[in-house]
Design a binder for this molecule. Structure first.
Ligand code: HEM
Ligand SMILES: *[C@@H]1O[C@H](CO)[C@@H](O)[C@H](O)[C@H]1NC(C)=O
Ligand SMILES: *[C@@H]1O[C@H](CO)[C@@H](O)[C@H](O)[C@H]1NC(C)=O
Ligand SMILES: *[C@@H]1O[C@H](CO)[C@@H](O)[C@H](O)[C@H]1NC(C)=O
Length: 501
């Protein structure tokens, strides 16, 4: 009689004990508790320090010599990397090139893993090759074509600012500067994908932007609660963020579907206008086979591009300008460089870049102060492997915590302060340390680093050529402390723009 319950308790007990056991030689980290794993410890430090990235940096210092920390959060076994050497070691091991497979990474596209950023293996290799090749045809990575696309946006934003200024009595317009770049940057990538641009105050696009930024604010790079504890999808669909995540993605898919339909109805066989047309052509030639060139795949690629290609550049610009308001002397030095190299009569072009080391260094520094609070797209071990001599079991999630690299005081003196000088040598040339790797390394490396740098350079230099940006009088300077999301947000802040005299 009493044997059955006893056996039951024994089995449950065994499961709980085994559940909390770490693999042998696993990277060091806080204890694993049954079911929740190391979540309580991570949450405690996240609350104390303010962000997940700072908590992970702290735990890596406490357990893994500042280089890495092994964690388990619900279902997911994770290793957070916080050193450039380890990022490079990871890149030497093809089995570490995978991407996670949890619900968070699948449910955006009806339970299928699609796109390029969150897929792996043969599927990813083929799609990444196709995307790289054909985005190039529409300008990605080609200096003169990118410059044309971006300068159209710079001009539109300049006109928009000028109009705002001309509507004021004193020539000083107050604008929400944190959000001044979203549409312009999205346009540069959307031009290549869908051959389309929007005005900064376009209603349809503002709706899309709102969906995107709400969605990005509601998650982090390692997935939401429902990813770590998949059962929450069913028992707590609201509280676990699952319903919200699905609603946002459905709205986004609707927007993309409408664009795809417009492309299909105006499609002309022989003259592809943009990446969408090329993709449609490819899917037509593969109609009979069990092809991977489907409508869902095309929409997943567009979603990847909104996140990887547009959000990151937007955030780098808004972090950069936040620091410009904090440190007027940086703005003055950039403006002096512009005045002496280019003057005021013509726009700054890409050819000027190599004569403008201080501005170039400010571009790098804008990327650093943004990435310093980001966790990169996680990798997944597709087979058992090792890192720094530790055992990495198959299906471990590997997340690069850029906070550990870019806020490391031994590598970046006074890391909270925006200092272009840190990237200049004695000869006043841009000189980057080899641990400055904001775009990753290896086969998974960022596909859009040149587009990102070109965007940031042309926006900063041309806007500072024409305008002054100042903190509103009587208000405290904007706080550089980030707000968490899938990528970090700046605090909301306003800026006063006026024409330079
Ligand atoms: C400041 C801006 C940017 C930063 C800091 C950045 C950084 C990164 C990082 C760290 C990764 C992951 C590398 C890895 O998994 O090892 C990545 C991947 C990626 N980036 Fe960027 N990126 C930026 C802008 C862009 C732009 C403008 C594009 C547009 C084409 C882009 C497209 C991608 C894609 C498609 C991937 C996924 C690649 C893959 O999984 O194979 N990124 N980026
Ligand atoms: C589509 O991708 C799968 C992997 O997800 C692969 O096995 C298959 O061969 C691909 N199909 C084609 C026609 O390339
Ligand atoms: C830093 O800036 C320079 C000039 O824009 C560029 O050549 C270099 O690639 C940048 N490095 C990184 C890692 O962003
Ligand atoms: C651009 O970045 C700012 C500040 O980080 C953010 O408030 C805004 O929502 C972003 N725009 C988009 C479309 O994500």
């Amino acid at each position: 009689m009493w044997l059955a319950p006893l056996l039951f308790i024994f089995v449950i007990g065994l499961i709980i004990v085994l559940d909390a056991k770490k693999p042998r030689n696993f990277p060091p980290g806080p204890a694993w508790w049954p079911i929740v794993g190391s979540l309580p410890e991570v949450s405690r430090w996240r609350k104390k320090l303010g962000t997940l990235t700072m908590a992970a940096t702290f735990l890596a210092k406490q357990h893994g010599k500042g280089k890495l920390v092994g964690l388990r959060v619900g279902n997911d076994v994770q290793v957070v990397l916080a050193s450039a050497e380890l990022v490079k070691e990871m890149a030497t091991k093809p089995e570490l090139d995978g991407r996670p497979r949890g619900p968070f990474y699948r449910h955006r596209t009806w339970g299928l893993r699609r796109g390029v950023m969150l897929t792996d293996d043969e599927f990813w290799r083929d799609q990444r090759r196709f995307l790289t090749r054909h985005l190039r045809d529409f300008g990605l990575g080609k200096a003169s074509q990118m410059e044309t696309i971006i300068m159209r946006e710079v001009q539109a934003l300049t006109d928009y600012f000028k109009t705002a200024i001309s509507n004021t009595a004193d020539g000083k317009a107050l604008i929400p500067l944190h959000n001044a770049f979203g549409v312009s940057v999205l346009n540069t990538i959307w031009a290549m994908l869908a051959g389309k641009r929007y005005d900064p105050d376009d209603a349809e696009l503002c709706t899309l932007q709102k969906i995107l930024s709400d969605m990005f604010a509601s998650m982090d790079m390692t997935g939401c609660l429902f990813n770590h504890f998949p059962i929450l999808r069913y028992v707590l669909p609201e509280a676990s963020g699952y319903n919200y995540y699905m609603t946002c993605h459905q709205k986004l898919l609707q927007f993309l579907q409408a664009e795809l339909l417009r492309h299909k109805t105006t499609y002309m066989e022989d003259s592809p206008r943009d990446f969408m047309d090329v993709f449609i052509a490819e899917s037509n030639t593969r109609k009979d086979e069990d092809s991977n060139y489907t409508d869902i795949q095309l929409m997943a690629i567009c979603m990847d591009m909104f996140m990887a290609g547009s959000d990151t550049t937007n955030k780098s610009l808004s972090f950069g300008f936040l620091h410009f308001l904090r440190q007027p002397h940086v703005v003055r030095k950039i403006q002096e460089e512009i005045d002496s190299v280019v003057g005021r009569e013509r726009p700054v072009t890409l050819d000027d870049r190599h004569n403008m080391p201080y501005t170039e260094a400010a571009v790098n520094e804008s990327i650093r102060v943004f990435a310093a609070h980001a966790i990169a797209v996680p990798h997944r071990a597709m087979a058992d492997s090792t890192l720094m001599g530790y055992f990495i079991p198959k299906d471990t999630i590997l997340a690069v915590n850029y906070n550990g690299l870019f806020m490391n005081e031994e590598l970046y003196e006074d890391p909270w302060t925006f200092k272009p000088e840190r990237f200049l040598n004695e000869k006043n040339e841009v000189s980057l340390p080899d641990h400055f790797i904001p775009f990753g390394v290896g086969r998974r490396r960022c596909m859009g680093d040149t587009l990102a740098k070109t965007n940031i350079f042309l926006f900063i230099s041309n806007l500072l050529q024409t305008f002054n940006f100042e903190n509103p009088k009587g208000r405290p300077l904007p706080d550089p402390f980030p707000i968490e999301g899938i990528t970090p947000f700046t605090q909301l802040y306003d800026g006063v723009i006026s024409l330079r005299d």
